[in-house]
Design a protein around this ligand. Structure first.
Ligand SMILES: [Mg+2]
Length: 371
């Protein structure tokens, strides 16, 4: 089998309006899918992190990666990843180029699974768990009242774990009061503080029994600073969603910068690097909870990683719905759990009509946020 074409699809599918409203809704609609076709009629789908610049990511796919893998056997994934990584050395070891490679790599796994008529988790060590506890990853809200309304909504929908994206103590206090002591509550602050500020804020949050405190330090790669925060707090510290490749995570592990590593499937290089990061973490007795605020192949690939790896306690489940789902059968949580797709490859089908309806630029928003 040989790869005949690699095509990136830069998209802007907006999120549907939600109540309460979040200012983040306008910043979300950017996606890049990758379609890899073969001479045997099999097609694989992957997803890249769009990084607010989906045309740049798509350009790396088309101009750099497609010529490298076209004509190659798509099931020789380790070899093709090495080839892509070496060719992209000067583009950097994290960021747009690695995001682009992630989308191609995920599509290769989709093809490899389809070729063997096996779900991807079967190629990654086999099934460890068929069903994953999901935490609802809430958007950021502008008032504590909106935080309470959102927490109540998703707790009532059956989620036993909720992640806030607030940066103030009052929002966390009212969220804990609203959901009671038995719901797992996490807090992601998206890299705002110095290590000293992060320690002070982390102590202020400690009465609310957070399952983790995510990305408290700016800049995110200040792993020594993060290690100081982790050592100072009872609450576990989480981070890593902005790092790329297993080598970047080796640095986090070596410094014991966080208690919970959060590789992001569409940013780290795809499934092979994610699996290696899980091995690094397991060997160091650290936890992994992947970042996965995605709706398409990136979310499906994350599910296959969790399905095949011991100790990954949660799936990050994006709240909100795209105005038109990327997948013909969207991945849904029921009673706070998500079932792992069991069909060949990623086990999901991309809705190609939606790709045609929402090409990037079709709705003109240019804001961008990290989750
Ligand atoms: Mg995050």
């Amino acid at each position: 089998m040989k790869i005949t074409a690699v095509r990136a699809h830069p998209l802007s599918i907006p999120l549907a309006p939600m109540t309460p409203h979040s200012p983040w809704l306008e910043g979300m609609p950017k996606q890049v899918l990758v379609e890899v076709t073969t001479d045997e009629g099999l097609t694989g789908w992957g997803e890249c992190f769009a990084y607010g610049a989906p045309l740049a990511v798509a350009s790396v796919v088309h101009e750099v990666l497609a010529p490298l893998v076209t004509g190659e056997n798509p099931t020789e994934i380790e070899r093709l990843v090495e080839k892509m990584e070496k060719a992209m050395l000067l583009y950097g070891r994290r960021g747009i180029a690695v995001h682009a490679m992630s989308g191609v790599e995920i599509a290769l796994w989709d093809i490899a699974g389809k070729a063997r008529r096996a779900p991807v988790y079967d190629l990654l060590g086999g099934l460890y768990t068929p069903r994953v506890r999901a935490y609802a990853s809430l958007l950021r809200y502008t008032t504590p009242a909106a935080v309470v309304a959102s927490c109540r909504h998703f707790a009532a929908a059956g989620f036993g774990a909720l992640k806030l994206h607030q940066i103030d103590v009052e929002s966390v206090r009212v969220a804990r009061e609203a959901v009671g002591p038995n719901v797992h509550l996490m807090l992601d602050v998206n890299c705002p503080w110095s290590p000293q500020e992060a320690i002070r804020m982390g102590r202020a949050f400690e009465p609310y029994n957070l399952a983790w405190f995510e990305e408290p330090v700016w800049p995110p790669e200040d792993y020594r600073g993060l290690a100081e925060v982790s050592a100072a707090l009872e609450t576990p510290v989480a981070g890593g969603e902005n790092e790329g490749l297993a080598q970047g995570f080796a640095d986090i592990v070596a410094q014991r910068a966080v208690d919970i590593l959060q590789p992001s499937m569409t940013k780290v290089g795809g499934l092979l690097h994610s699996k290696k990061i899980c091995t690094l973490a397991a060997a160091a007795n650290l936890q992994v909870v992947p970042h996965s605020f995605y709706f398409g192949p990136g979310l499906a690939a994350t599910l296959h990683l969790i399905a095949s790896t011991p100790g990954l306690a949660y799936l990050e489940y994006p709240t909100g719905d795209l105005q038109a789902p990327i997948l013909t059968e969207p991945i849904r949580a029921r009673d706070g759990f998500v079932a792992v797709p069991t069909g060949p490859g990623l086990g999901v089908t991309v809705n190609e009509e939606v790709l045609k309806r929402f090409p990037y630029g079709s709705e003109g928003k240019r804001l961008f946020i990290l989750t």
